[in-house]
Design a protein around this ligand. Structure first.
Ligand code: ATP
Ligand code: MG
Length: 452
């Protein structure tokens, strides 16, 4: 009933020529030109003044309609990248395969894309599979197209909305406004074909549904379980980007629950297995994700290194213990930890290209953990001086909150950090008996002191 009404108002099955978009006025959609960023508005206006078509498109329009503040603004136009560049003094063409233009407006960077065509179906009809891999994944997406083509190659109907700030209308080829009102995430075209073209769309479906509170249309949700294996063919760097988006969307807990509900985890990505299937670390991981969600929603910065360090920590703990128990490598505690860290990161790297910088951050945070246990002598002072001390300390607090370590240890470091001079020195614990012995031995035989 409501669905029918909404469809009538927002133009699902709208009359008119086949393929003609619905043009939705501001009285129906409610987005005013003042709501978009001034940079995106000026970009669109400049292009239009030069005689081109231009719209704000994609996530920004969707987010505004759904009541969220857009993260960034994309503009779509019929001007070629060269033509766009000539319209703006502060702009540069980026990308070799498919060029887009970054237009700098004050502190904003607006991404301007020329309308693109859709490769996948073209390939299938003509029997020309040159642009896809064996599983049908689109490898090249680099032909210009019409405005209508550009709408059709987008993934979900709610992502194919074109807002013209000048007329304050939304051009809607696929009934995205109606779908958003009905809280449905619907794929444009045949979902199976679209997942085959780009398996990352399965992860995008989960992320967008969780963030926007939409339910995935059954047509789009049904094939996910059987097609999830296709994610294995996606380049690791792309998966890393998508996982990072998912985990820092502000709705990571919801995303993770939905991934499990859609069957999008088993054996898929080691990282997801780790998040979803570890009874031991589940509380720790959930705390970390809740923590991240809260920070993102409060507009605070999150560090990918910290996040991945938490997600993988219990893997490291298990591996560390296994190495110590195996007795192979002399089983010194700290070298065993470093071996465990590398082993865990190597497993991830096969599927997920964690960048070198982030891997460095992750290791720094992990490596600090055993050092927090040493609370005598000069060592705690050295720990305070570590560049990653704050992240390591936050990590320690999370471990304490999850019950992995005594909360007294976290409290000790909080106090130690907040005090100075004699009050700080008074907190130091007496050296442990075995440590004292070791030190005496080292003094006698300095050459042998290399175990840690
Ligand atoms: P967010 O920015 O919140 O992550 P978004 O939808 O804006 O969400 P972007 O990656 O910025 O995501 O993409 C911008 C637009 O490009 C999307 O709204 C969609 O129209 C299109 N798009 C992005 N990824 C794909 C894809 N894998 N397949 C088809 N269209 C896509
Ligand atoms: Mg976007």
């Amino acid at each position: 009933m409501i669905r029918k009404l909404i469809s009538r108002v927002f133009g699902r099955k709208s009359p008119g020529s086949p393929g003609a978009p619905a043009i939705i006025g501001v009285n129906k959609h409610g987005i005013r030109r003042e709501q978009i960023s001034s940079g995106s508005r000026r970009t669109v206006e400049t292009l239009q003044q030069q005689g081109y078509k231009a719209y704000v498109v994609g996530g920004a329009v969707r987010d505004l309609l759904a009541g969220f503040t857009p993260k960034d603004y994309d503009v779509a136009t019929n001007a070629t990248p060269e033509q766009v560049r000539h319209c703006f003094r502060r702009s540069r063409i980026i990308g070799r395969r498919f060029q887009i233009v970054h237009v700098l407006m004050g502190s904003e960077t607006i991404e301007v894309t020329t309308f693109r065509g859709h490769h996948g179906e073209q390939g299938q009809h003509s029997g020309n599979k040159a642009h896809t891999d064996e599983q049908g994944r689109v490898l090249r997406d680099n032909v210009f197209g019409s405005e209508k083509d550009d709408a059709a190659r987008r993934d979900f109907t709610v992502n194919a909305l074109y807002f013209d700030p000048t007329s304050e209308t939304i051009v809607d080829y696929h009934h995205g406004v109606a779908d958003l009102k009905q809280k449905t995430l619907r794929m444009i075209g045949d979902p199976k074909t679209r997942y085959r073209e780009d398996p990352v769309r399965m992860l995008r479906a989960v992320r967008l549904a969780a963030k926007l509170g939409l339910s995935i249309d059954p047509e789009a949700s049904r094939p996910i379980r059987e097609m999830s294996v296709l994610i294995e063919n996606v380049p690791p760097s792309r998966l890393f980007d998508e996982m990072l988006k998912l985990l820092t969307s502000g709705y990571a807990v919801k995303c993770v629950q939905q991934l499990r509900a859609e069957g999008l985890h088993n054996g898929l990505l080691p990282l997801l297995d780790v998040i979803l299937d570890q009874p031991l670390g589940e509380r720790f991981v959930m705390l970390a994700l809740e923590n991240t969600d809260r920070r993102v929603r409060e507009g605070k910065a999150t560090s990918p290194g910290f996040l991945f360090a938490t997600l993988l920590w219990h893997e490291v703990l298990a591996k560390w213990e296994a190495i110590l128990n195996s007795g192979e490598r002399g089983t010194a505690r700290i070298p065993a930890l470093f071996l465990a860290m590398d082993a865990v990161l190597d497993v991830q790297a096969e599927k997920l290209a964690i960048t070198r910088r982030i891997a460095g951050d992750i290791k720094d945070i992990w490596a600090l953990q055993p050092r927090f246990e040493q609370r005598s002598g000069k060592r705690p002072y050295g720990v305070l001086e570590q560049p990653r001390f704050r992240a390591g300390y936050d990590f320690l607090l999370l471990r304490a909150e999850s019950g992995e370590v005594d909360s007294e240890l976290g409290q000790w470091w909080t106090d130690f950090m907040n005090r100075d001079g004699e009050a700080r020195a008074a907190m130091l614990l007496p050296p442990k008996a075995d440590e004292a012995k070791k030190r005496r031995r080292r003094k006698r035989k300095p050459a042998a002191a290399s175990a840690e």
